[in-house]
Design a protein around this ligand. Structure first.
Ligand code: CA
Length: 224
């Protein structure tokens, strides 16, 4: 016993999955279909993270979601299944091919009407949403795209998410590479910079969870 987060070895991870993962079959099918894409499947979130995000949607009563980096739409579908009937997700990605795979399963799950896909560079889409008067309109945002763009997505997200709303940021531990202060890798450096910025950002309430590849929860404060 210790007052720090437990180290999760393979056996313990398997136990967690066996004892707590409740993955709907349509999500499992989407995960299997994505696995056939090969190495790139790593861009998909872990199923227990999808379940956690769906929990957050239900806990917070979120109905308007914003996603940056949809890929094949696993997180999108996990959250859509947790949304109320009137809920909606604006899903941003640059790939027509990846999101087409997701759309097949969104339709199969009967939630495609809740998901509004916006193809194109996410920074442009987020700026467009602001121009459309969508500031302070989103309850929750999930950032899981190109790491070099993370800070831009976060700053625009703070305008698009309402006070009290939640921004989730994926891959904040980056396979453990974030502890290498001398990493020459640009993606690692971008994540390190954002993590360091958020650590002292008075605009948010912060929690960094070692789930999946590291997930930051940043709640937009009411009076920053
Ligand atoms: Ca990710």
């Amino acid at each position: 016993m210790s007052n720090r987060t437990i180290a999760v070895n393979d056996a313990l991870y398997d136990y967690i999955i066996e004892q707590s993962l409740r993955e709907p079959s349509v999500l499992q099918e989407l995960r299997m279909a994505t696995a056939e894409l090969g190495d790139i499947k790593r861009m998909q979130i872990a199923p227990e993270q999808g379940q956690f995000m769906a929990m957050l949607v239900r806990l917070t009563g979120a109905s308007r979601l914003l996603e940056v980096g949809t890929f094949t739409g696993y997180s999108t579908l996990a959250c859509a299944l947790a949304l109320p009937e009137h809920g909606a997700i604006t899903a941003c990605d640059i790939s027509e091919a990846w999101t087409r795979l997701g759309q097949h399963y969104w339709q199969k799950a009967g939630v495609h009407n809740k998901i509004h896909l916006r193809l194109g560079p996410a920074a442009e889409t987020l700026e467009a949403l602001l121009a459309e008067g969508q500031a302070n309109r989103f309850d929750m945002m999930f950032i899981d795209a190109d790491k070099g763009g993370y800070d831009t997505y976060y700053e625009l997200g703070l305008q698009l998410v309402r006070p009290g709303g939640l921004i989730l940021i994926d891959n904040v531990l980056w396979g453990g590479d974030v502890v290498d202060a001398n990493s020459p890798d640009k993606d690692t450096q971008a994540i390190q910079r954002l993590n360091a910025k958020l650590a002292n950002d008075p605009r948010i309430t912060l929690s960094l969870l070692p789930i999946g590849d590291g997930l930051t929860l940043a709640r937009r404060n009411d009076n920053p």
